[in-house]
Design a binder for this molecule. Structure first.
Ligand SMILES: [Zn+2]
Length: 387
């Protein structure tokens, strides 16, 4: 298999460590993934595009002028305005103040707009710094300041395309769902930890179908704690192809957060890197195509709070998207980059010399819980499939 036309957006200009040490995002993420990809020599110079900062007018396709101005002012003044903290959920533990708190998220967002333009131009695009799916039009939520998936989708909509958004991050893609509730040309599909036990603690139920505007524009698959590979595959297969066939999108946007992986410190699911990559491959193989066969697929990063798991999963993902086969044994330079992440790998350490393996050891690997079985039976009864 030859290389596909694929672009990796590098929306991190240098090693950014903007968050305080106790924040889950105070770890190397995109830069580490790109280091590992380069260690594999799996990125040609004509495949990488530096991310650009989104223009204020672009951010305003979705975000309110007041909210954008508040972030710009915080960056310019080196501090948040007191009133802006409560008004926009800024300066909280979840959405802390940091230097360049406008520029860094605006660059991740510019990257997703560029990714959309690459897809329109006939290439697959991957923006690992993107995937900030919780941000709202007028507030930050859940570590997310600007909602780059929404803006990437809006760029595809400007080309007149119908978009299927699929979110495999461990958390409900609530900000993207909310943004497109009233747009019948965008279908959002999210598989995530049930909000009965996980952030954002509301919405995201199977029954929540976004019928507020009279249409059904969203499909949610809540996952029980400890959902493992065989269970995830069962639910994904129950929902993916039926959604694709019914909606018939012009393009697919995949939010590929890695916090669904077993060892993630914030995730409570039990999936392997191999399963993550299999799901991404199914999406790649079934996405709509350009005339030359290139998938019309935009991929963003997302959550993922275990840097070694994340870098390995996104390296495997880039290989898949770009049409490369990588050996499982991580090259010496890659191993050095992972060690340099300064992360206490504890019980997972023995697995980190292999790109695809991880610590998932089910006593009965194929056993599907009754709860999962029930969800699989309920999916075809979802209003989207019935109408
Ligand atoms: Zn997440």
């Amino acid at each position: 298999m030859g290389l596909r036309k694929a672009t990796l957006i590098n929306a991190v200009t240098r090693r950014q460590r903007p968050y305080r040490n106790n924040h889950p995002l105070a770890i190397p993420r995109t830069a580490l993934a790109i280091d590992l990809i380069r260690a594999y020599d799996a990125l040609n110079e004509d495949e990488i595009l530096p991310g650009r900062v989104a223009e204020v007018e672009e951010l305003a396709w979705f975000h309110t002028g007041d909210y954008i101005a508040a972030l710009r002012a915080a960056e310019a003044n080196g501090a948040l305005h007191h009133e802006d903290r409560a008004r926009y959920q800024l300066g909280t533990v979840e959405n802390p103040y940091f230097e360049q708190m406008f520029t860094i998220p605006a660059r991740a967002t510019g990257g997703s707009i560029q990714a959309a333009e690459e897809v329109i131009a006939g290439r697959i695009a991957f923006n690992p710094a993107g995937g900030m799916h919780h941000a709202r039009a007028a507030s930050a939520q859940g570590f997310c300041y600007f909602n780059d998936p929404v803006l990437g989708i809006l760029r595809l909509r400007q080309a007149g395309w119908r978009v299927l958004y699929v979110d495999i991050d461990a958390h409900h893609g609530d900000g993207v769902e909310e943004a497109f509730l009233a747009d019948p040309e965008v279908l959002t599909l999210s598989l995530h930890m049930d909000t009965a036990y996980a952030y954002p603690f509301r919405g995201g139920r199977l029954a929540d179908c976004g019928s507020a505007q009279g249409g059904q524009s969203t499909i949610n698959v809540p996952l029980p704690q400890g959902t493992h590979d065989a269970e995830y595959r069962l639910l994904f297969d129950a929902v993916w192809e039926p959604a694709l066939e019914k909606f018939r999108p012009d393009a697919v946007v995949l939010q590929a957060g890695t916090d669904m992986l077993a060892a993630d410190p914030l995730g409570k699911l039990n999936m392997s890197t191999e399963c993550f990559l299999d799901i991404a491959k199914k999406i790649l193989d079934t996405s709509p195509r350009h005339a030359d066969g290139t998938p019309r697929l935009l991929v963003t990063g997302g959550g993922g709070y275990h840097p070694l798991l994340l870098a390995r999963a996104w390296t495997g993902l880039w290989a898949l998207l770009s049409g490369r086969e990588l050996p499982a044994a991580i090259p010496a330079a890659g191993a050095a980059a992972l060690r340099g992440a300064d992360w206490l790998a504890d019980e997972d350490e023995p697995y980190f010399s292999n790109l695809f393996a991880s610590r998932v050891d089910h006593p009965e690997p194929g056993k599907i819980s009754k709860q999962i079985q029930r969800i699989a039976e309920d999916i075809p009864r979802h209003p989207y499939f019935r109408t």
